[in-house]
Design a protein around this ligand. Structure first.
Ligand code: GTP
Ligand code: SPV
Ligand code: MN
Length: 604
């Protein structure tokens, strides 16, 4: 039975049902009983595999089709009336054409199936940050994941009320045919349509589709920001706290930084890290002239491979109950899960992510096809499971930001950390970001590409206008956060990472926050911005083992803090090519000015 009297919601559900023709419509009320019944049904049909309920209570494994393992950027469209408004780096389709194409694909596709209606909130229900969505879907996997990742239930409908607005999301699995897979966004209609996929970012429509692509468009028009950022809090030995947000591209370390455990001597001194969010930040200007951020999600859809007790204890703990694993290996000895990097010893009896027995003897780290878990296998875990979840996680106002950090995977050129000269220069640094591609999207990995503010795949409008929006936001804040860039991924001549990373990133965070003090610690001004004096990065008591057995010393630190003007002159040329050749006309003058300064500085 319909759970609302909101005419627009009822119309949307009716229209969806008329199109897809499900046998049954089920409204998701968010009750435990309903969710448990759906889990049972999914286990019965094989959509979920029940894991060891003593070791992993309420945890399940799901395997996708092998053609459906990641976001599909070339099949993700922004459908605005004018092509110009989607901009030069989004895939665009005329809205009428897109509706027609998807309607054709979805027509009758839910025959014999159930259509679930999921009322969900991005943000704390009833808070001024929150925005609401209705997703209809024929996938129980989607219902159960949305129930972890967002706030689902009747109270959302109450909050939307009789007249209130919401984002429409239509998802139909269809035949999971990769050639007919489309993830369509209609920012001018507050609508999302997803067909022929059943994987994460393509189908959990509250996440990238709504909370980034649609929300970035809303934010531009309403004067706020939707960003691909983690949010974390640092408690200092004197018990004061500061918050930072950081934008790294997909699978470049947001979840890891958000949950980091400081090195022992930091912990002993009284430093603590708390997690507000690991993927998305909605940011507004507060009355106090600072930027305030909330995490609109309610769970983590995190990368499994590489996650272990040492690299990310808090993430691993988060997956110990109420978690859905997607495309990891099944350890049949004890019905638990495994993935590359979870433990040093390889389990003897596993079923790999495609459902076949796995042979550990043939495992070769460098050959992805021998892996038991897919490189983009993930866990969907409730945020409340996280041992270091912030007391501010459910705050209606969010947290004030002292710093914004950009970063990517750069084997060379980009130093460990540097600070922008001011807000606009920080926006320039974000706009000029490049990073090596990862398994989070289909296509080649390890290819260096521009990914401005880690938002290349997620900006719902023209990238030049997005840069301009950042510049405009800077004008609205009296006390803007300081802007930094980090690079955990510098490699040596053998291709090994030079910086230990993970928990040791605390050492860089400390410097960043000292630069945000009223009386900031000194820094060295270089062609690209401020870098630390090497003695101001604490490299005492480093865990050498993580660092490939190589001693990380002052010389190594000096090397990864170096700004090589010749390399940066080339980088500047490259950025100019990207600005002129790819983004084009709508880049604000302030950023062109920063580019000129960079070019000039590299010549000196
Ligand atoms: P999305 O969920 O795709 O947006 O990714 P994310 O940014 O949250 O990435 P995540 O933290 O899951 O990290 C992805 C990969 O980067 C994992 O394989 C990690 O092991 C690796 N990684 C994270 N932090 C570090 C680091 O400091 N150093 C190195 N070398 N690798 C890291
Ligand atoms: C990303 O790719 O940045 C993710 C995973 O966070 S997905 O939700 O699939 O987009
Ligand atoms: Mn992400």
């Amino acid at each position: 039975m319909a759970l609302t009297k909101n005419r627009k919601i009822l119309e949307f559900v009716e229209e969806s049902a008329e199109l897809a023709q499900p046998d049954k419509i089920v409204w998701i009320d968010g009750s435990e009983a309903q969710i448990n019944a759906l889990k049972k049904e999914a286990v019965k049909s094989g959509e979920l595999i029940k894991l060891n309920q003593t070791l992993l209570p309420d945890c399940y494994l799901h395997r996708t089709k092998v053609n459906d393992v990641a976001r599909v950027e070339d099949r993700t469209f922004i459908c605005t009336k004018n092509k110009e408004d989607a901009g030069p780096i989004n895939y665009w389709m005329d809205p009428n054409e897109a509706y027609e194409l998807c309607n054709e694909i979805a027509r009758g596709s839910m025959k014999g199936r159930t259509m679930y209606v999921i009322p969900y909130s991005m943000g704390v229900v009833g808070s001024s940050f929150a925005k609401y969505g209705i997703e209809v879907t024929d996938s129980i996997y989607v219902v159960l994941n949305m129930n972890i990742m967002t706030r689902v239930g009747k109270d959302v409908l109450t909050e939307i009320g009789k007249e209130g607005d919401f984002i429409k999301g239509f998802h139909a699995k269809c035949d999971v045919d990769a050639d007919k897979r489309y993830i369509m966004h209609f920012p001018e209609d507050n609508t999302i349509i997803s067909v022929n996929s059943a994987y994460g970012g393509n189908v959990l429509l509250g996440k990238k589709c709504f909370a980034l692509r649609i929300a970035s468009y809303l934010g531009k028009n309403e004067g706020w920001m939707a960003e691909h950022m983690l949010i974390l809090g640092v408690t200092f030995p004197d018990k004061t706290k500061k918050y930072v947000a950081a934008a790294f591209p997909s699978a470049c370390g947001k979840t890891n930084l958000a949950m980091l455990i400081p090195p022992k001597h930091y912990k002993e001194a009284g430093y603590e890290i708390e997690t507000v969010g690991d993927d998305i930040a909605w940011i507004r200007v507060g009355e106090d002239g600072r930027l305030w951020a909330v995490n609109p999600e309610n769970g983590f859809f995190g990368v499994a491979p590489g996650t272990n007790e040492h690299s990310n204890y808090n993430a691993l703990q988060s997956t110990k109950r109420g978690t859905i694993f997607t495309n990891v290996a099944l350890n049949t000895d004890d019905m638990t899960v495994w993935w590359e990097g979870l433990s040093k010893e390889l389990p003897e009896h596993c079923i790999d992510w495609t459902g076949k027995p796995w042979n550990p003897a043939k495992f070769d780290k460098k050959d992805k096809s021998t892996c038991s878990a897919h490189p983009n296998s993930r866990f969907t875990a409730p945020a409340e499971n996280c041992p270091c979840i912030s007391p501010e996680f459910n705050s209606k106002t969010g947290v004030p930001l002292s710093a914004i950090i950009f970063g990517g995977r750069r084997a060379s050129t980009t130093p460990l950390v540097y600070q922008s000269r001011d807000w606009n220069h920080g926006v320039f640094i974000g706009s000029a970001m490049s990073s090596e591609t990862t398994a989070a999207a289909t296509g080649a990995t390890g290819v260096l590409r521009h990914d401005p503010m880690a938002m290349k795949p997620f900006t719902g409008y023209h990238m030049g206008d997005y840069f301009a929006h950042w510049v405009e936001m800077g004008k609205k804040v009296k006390n803007p956060p300081k802007i930094f860039n980090v690079n955990w991924f510098r490699t040596d001549e053998k291709g090994n990472f030079m910086w230990p990373g993970f928990g040791d990133n605390m050492r860089v965070l400390e410097w960043i926050l000292k630069r945000c003090d009223e009386n900031p610690i000194d820094a060295v001004e270089t062609a690209i911005g401020y870098v630390p004096n090497p003695e101001d990065i604490d490299i005492s008591e480093l865990d050498y083992e993580i660092c490939k057995g190589k001693k990380f010393d002052k010389a190594a630190l000096a090397e990864i803090l170096t700004v090589d003007k010749e390399k940066w002159a080339k980088e500047a040329e490259e950025i100019e090519g990207y600005y002129n050749g790819t983004i084009g006309s709508r880049i604000p003058q302030e950023l062109w000015d920063c580019l000129e300064t960079l070019k000039k500085n590299c010549k000196k």
